[in-house]
Design a protein around this ligand. Structure first.
Ligand SMILES: Cc1ncc(COP(=O)(O)O)c(C=O)c1O
Length: 391
């Protein structure tokens, strides 16, 4: 399939650009523009009744679409928020910070988690253990061993690590191994996995919290993140908004704060649902065009091979296959990460590439190249690398 036809507007606005930063800011398909306008029109049409329409029709539809993608049977356990940080913080607020609290995570979690947890760990009773993801080959085993040793209250781990692109080999097996050795609450940050890697959560349904959002591979832009919440949990988020009372609003007020009986137990308060409309439009497009996550993943894997072949042709002294952090392409998300000798070399090289319309992004000493359905192998041209430092 020629996926490019769905991205005319972004491609036109960035003509001549080789966009390798899609793992960060994914282009949006054209249908999302109409979706943004539809939100405006629905706001005009429904005015005060907008929330009944959105919560009665739009939210359940997108919950259903996401559930289908992740092979979940209980779409009502999916809750939306503008970003994952809000959902994460709501989960953290379920624990009693005045009592000893043990949290196990990795040294490679995205800033929303790592910054927040670093600040929280200033509390004297919080015991935070971070397992290094490197060496990758032994990571899963080391993480499970540490789960057994620490007996944490909360385990937090990415499905695909944002600073390497390395993916957990099999989420079901990994979570099962953790659950075998501890009773911890398990939360998976699926942001770099959702709609990039075919993900089947059927066996994990009811056992894990799973966070993701639409900014990356779901292509709906910022503002629509979600969390899959295990059913029948006993949590009472301290950080709670009035959306979390849906289903109980009509009941007489009790002295104790009530929570929804579904995923909306973890909801916040009033938000702009334009992004949910955009996500819905992408998911509709996938359904109408019979685009599957597997097919896109295959396309991206072919692009990654083609990119490495193009890189090989350039014979660059520092940006080459040897610098690729994880050389096994099968255990990757949709971006490749190269570790260069210094952070300065990385920022200089990224700027040079940008000057030549090759857009990447970088984190410290790591240069990241992402791949997307709107690219084709024939587009790749890294010949500018030959003249690097000579200009
Ligand atoms: C692994 C991961 N999690 C979460 C996020 C987004 O976090 P937030 O929605 O809190 O801004 C990102 C964004 O780049 C990410 O890479």
């Amino acid at each position: 399939m020629n996926y490019k036809t769905f991205y005319h507007r972004f491609l036109q606005a960035n003509s001549g650009v080789q966009h390798f930063a899609c793992h960060s800011h994914h282009y949006w398909p054209d249908v999302t523009r109409d979706a943004a306008l539809a939100y405006w029109d629905d706001s005009a049409r429904w005015v005060d009744d907008k929330w009944d329409f959105i919560f009665g029709e739009k939210v359940p539809k997108v919950q259903q679409q996401i559930a289908q993608l992740l092979q979940l049977t209980k779409p009502q356990q999916i809750v939306f928020a503008p970003n994952t940080h809000e959902l994460l913080f709501r989960l953290l607020s379920c624990f009693d910070w005045q009592h000893p609290l043990k949290i196990l995570a990795t040294d490679s979690e995205f800033h929303s988690f790592s910054r927040q947890i670093k600040r929280l760990s200033e509390l004297p009773n919080l015991d935070l253990v971070l397992v290094p993801t490197e060496p990758f080959a032994s990571f899963e085993q080391r993480f499970v061993e540490e789960s057994q040793k620490l007996q944490p209250d909360l385990v937090f781990c990415s499905q695909v690590f944002f600073n390497s692109g390395v993916a957990i080999a099999d989420l079901t097996t990994f979570v099962a191994a953790i659950a075998d050795v501890t009773d911890a609450t398990i939360a998976i940050d699926g942001y770099h996995g959702f709609m990039a890697l075919p993900t089947d959560l059927s066996v994990l349904e009811g056992r894990i919290f799973y966070l993701a959002g639409s900014y990356k591979y779901a292509q709906g832009g910022e503002g629509c993140c979600f969390m899959v919440v295990p059913k029948d949990n006993q949590f009472r988020p301290l950080y709670t908004g009035w959306f979390a009372e849906f289903g109980t609003l009509a009941q007489a007020k009790t002295t104790q704060v009530q929570y929804s009986q579904d995923g909306y137990q973890f909801a916040g308060a009033t938000m702009d649902f334009t992004a949910l409309y955009r996500l819905e439009a992408v998911l509709d497009l996938y359904q109408q065009q019979q685009i599957t996550v597997s097919a896109v993943h295959q396309h991206v894997q072919q692009l990654q091979q083609a990119f490495l072949a193009e890189l090989e042709r350039q014979q660059h002294p520092i940006l080459n296959f040897t610098a690729l952090l994880q050389q096994d392409l099968a255990s990757h998300g949709h971006f490749l990460t190269f570790k260069l000798p210094t952070t300065q070399q990385v920022s200089e090289l990224a700027s040079y590439l940008k000057l030549h319309k090759v857009h990447t992004d970088y984190r410290g000493d790591r240069l990241r190249f992402g791949f997307a359905p709107y690219q084709e192998a024939a587009d790749f041209d890294l010949s500018c690398l030959r003249h690097y430092k000579e200009e």
